[in-house]
Design a protein around this ligand. Sequence first.
Ligand SMILES: [Zn+2]
Length: 340
Amino acid sequence: MIGDRCSRDVKARTKEKMHNRRLVSKAVGGAGRSRSEHSWLPATIPFKSVAFVLLILAITGVSLSALAQKQPKQRAQRDVLTSHSRDFLSPEAREMVELASAVVCKERAKDPKGSVPIDDMQARPSLPVQSPEAVAGAKRAQRLLPVARSMVVTSLRRLSKEYAFANTQAGGRRLLRAIARVEAVRNIRPDVGSRDNASVFLRNPHTIVFGTIFLAGLPSDEGIISVLAHELVHIADGSEDGLGLLFRAVGNHASKLTGMKIHDQKAEELTCDLVGTLAAGYYVSNAPSYEPLSRRLSRSMEHNCVDQDEGDDDHLSPRSTIRALLSLNPTLSRDLVYGR
Ligand SMILES: [Zn+2]
């Protein structure tokens, strides 16, 4: 989610592979809260404990912020999946996920380049290709495509190591073929009809189709890179499902960490989003700016800050996606919380 949210509906019918972001549009009762929005935080976490952590953060925030500004490269370089050796989250780690999740959506609300939540995008009228926002978004996406390709390759290599995907000769060959497919992607095609979706068609694996509403709704480099990375991972998987074992490993790990069932297509979509956050993190590391670290990192996930938080057969709900991504990457959680 990154990046975006996708489905394989068309693949099943035509043996094509199409991925498009799809947000379930059925109405949710009450004030738009869903069944899953509050269910992940275990009832055993006492409020006082959260308040204490917040107090500590308030006290230490300034000095940590200064550190983050001075050393963005070092921080992002250790952006590894350090939780992989543990298949559960400690109460402290769960608190950190909740705090970081709150940071993502608070930053989105304050950020002039904040992404539009996907339920908001879905409600917007179609946007012509020649509209200034869509033109700017398409130019940004095309400019950043080579960067995204490179970051995705780095991320896939890292995950392959973390999840022992390429430890065999066959696995190593699958990884190389996946990387070759990523490196062959050349084009961004803005499309009015795709609205708030991004898609790839494996009959045309050199092009990512980007809905104009989606392009306009992601005004930051980090936001665009996370979605490009998401789609590039689908292309990397190819028609042979070459990354299937990696998706399964990530999904199993995330399931154990979160208690959610993340298998099959949900595991693929989450892995695509995970690569989206890693790729955006590498970009932040390699292109320092004076913007707060937490603000820049938030942009890879904040389009999931929805009011209408519904998942479907292929996707976790948007807010559950944020929590799963942060559970998989505790270093990212800490950078979000401390990196102001
Ligand atoms: Zn997808």
